[in-house]
Design a protein around this ligand. Structure first.
Ligand code: PMP
Length: 394
């Protein structure tokens, strides 16, 4: 007689690892994101699921919209949260406002411009770039010259260049874009809530951010907003955007017209958490949040210099308060420093990204993590790593 097991149609046994409980260590997330999530936001994400098209969900989505309008300082109706990380918002902005063959101008002074240039290239845009090494920034004269030369339909700028630790000036760029009949797209994934940004006043046509930085929600949702000019361009296209999922015609039905029509299943728990993170920012007040990030960053910068280290961005006014970049100290292997801090202090800091790899160590103190107490913790870990890691030359 055949045994029960030999009659089974399942050839592949349950994996050993899946029979063990989930283990997640506690880490001090002092890199460029994600940052630690406060208990209130974690609890919001752990609420029971409801349907993504239930009335109560639409009320929560409305709260999120209002919360984003406050955080972005905009009255735009076309304000929503993407189901996906910051890259989703990046792709959504480009896919919807640009048609194949149209000219796009991308400023590159770190990894994020590189990404946007690639995204635009992949969807068939004619991509022009302005390039500076990490830490560099673009003057309004340089931007105006490039706008006049390339006549783009879209100009991209990263407000908080997290790979270099630079907060790019935004004033006057919106006016230039308006004059050159070009949409102004700004990435604020690493800067929102940490460094002043005023979407309507600064004439930003499209602005997006991520959930996992100063907002302190888990990764996976991304606020985005389009003004009237951007809506006019994206809703008067000749051909449909390349992505069905990110097509703003559908997303605006879901989020803005709130038609109870199925497009995709939104990340319900992620939206609960995002709602709560925006509520915390609203309770604290944007200006208080900007002030707190600046004060703690200045405290951290001084502590770093007191350790004999050099800050990568020399001009204080250009430093991103949420992500500080330290020039790699002479003689040290940056990977060893990071590994030491992780092993002995459970502190995460990271190296550079894209063109800044090998140039910097990045320390992020964002939102919930943004305190002098945590700055001291980061400095203690750094000092200990400098003391114990081998110094090879210099
Ligand atoms: N832009 C900036 C400035 C970022 O810092 C990041 C994330 N590090 C992104 C875009 C991409 O966001 P995500 O990883 O959520 O896709």
């Amino acid at each position: 007689m055949e045994t029960k097991q030999s009659m089974s149609s399942v050839n592949i046994p349950p994996p050993e690892c899946m029979l063990r409980p989930l283990e997640v260590p506690y880490r001090y997330l002092f890199g460029p994101g994600p940052s630690n999530v406060p208990p209130r936001i974690l609890a919001a994400g752990a609420r029971p699921i409801i349907g993504h098209l239930h009335t109560e969900m639409y009320e929560i989505m409305n709260d999120i919209k209002r919360g984003i309008q406050y955080a972005f300082q905009t009255n735009n109706h076309m304000t929503l949260a993407m189901s996906g990380s910051g890259h989703t918002a990046m792709e959504c902005a480009v896919f919807n406002t640009v048609e194949p063959g149209e000219s796009v101008l991308v400023s590159i002074n770190g990894v994020w411009g590189e990404r946007v240039a690639e995204i635009a290239e992949r969807m068939g845009a004619k991509v022009h770039t302005m390039v500076k090494s990490p830490g560099g920034y673009f003057t309004t004269e340089e931007i105006e010259k490039a706008l006049a030369k390339h006549k783009p339909v879209l100009f991209f700028l990263t407000h908080g260049e997290s790979s270099a630790g630079l907060a790019h000036p935004v004033d006057n760029v919106g006016d230039l874009c308006l004059r050159h009949n070009c949409l102004f797209l700004v990435d604020s994934v690493a800067s929102l809530g940490a460094s002043p940004l005023l979407m309507d006043q600064q004439k930003i046509d499209i602005l997006y951010t991520g959930s996992q930085k100063a907002l302190n929600a888990p990764p996976g949702t991304a606020p985005i907003s389009f003004n009237e000019r951007a809506c006019h361009k994206m809703f008067n296209r000749k051909i449909k955007p390349v992505s069905y999922l990110l097509d703003m015609t559908h997303l605006s039905n879901y989020w803005v017209r709130m038609h109870v029509l199925y497009h995709h299943t939104g990340p319900v728990s992620g939206f609960f958490a995002l709602r709560e993170s925006l509520a915390i920012l609203a309770e604290k007040g944007l200006e208080n949040s900007w002030r707190q990030h600046r004060e703690v960053a200045e405290y951290l910068w001084k502590g770093i210099e007191d350790l004999g280290l050099k800050l990568f961005i020399k001009d204080k006014d250009l430093r991103l308060p949420s992500v500080t970049t330290i020039a790699i100290p002479d003689g040290y292997d940056w990977k060893e420093l990071l590994a030491y801090m992780m092993k002995h202090h459970q502190v995460e800091m990271t190296g550079g990204l894209g063109p800044s790899i090998g140039m910097v160590i990045r320390v992020g103190l964002m939102g919930y993590n943004c305190s002098k107490f945590n700055a001291d913790k980061a400095l203690t870990a750094l000092a200990d790593a400098l003391k114990h890691c081998p110094k090879r030359r210099g």
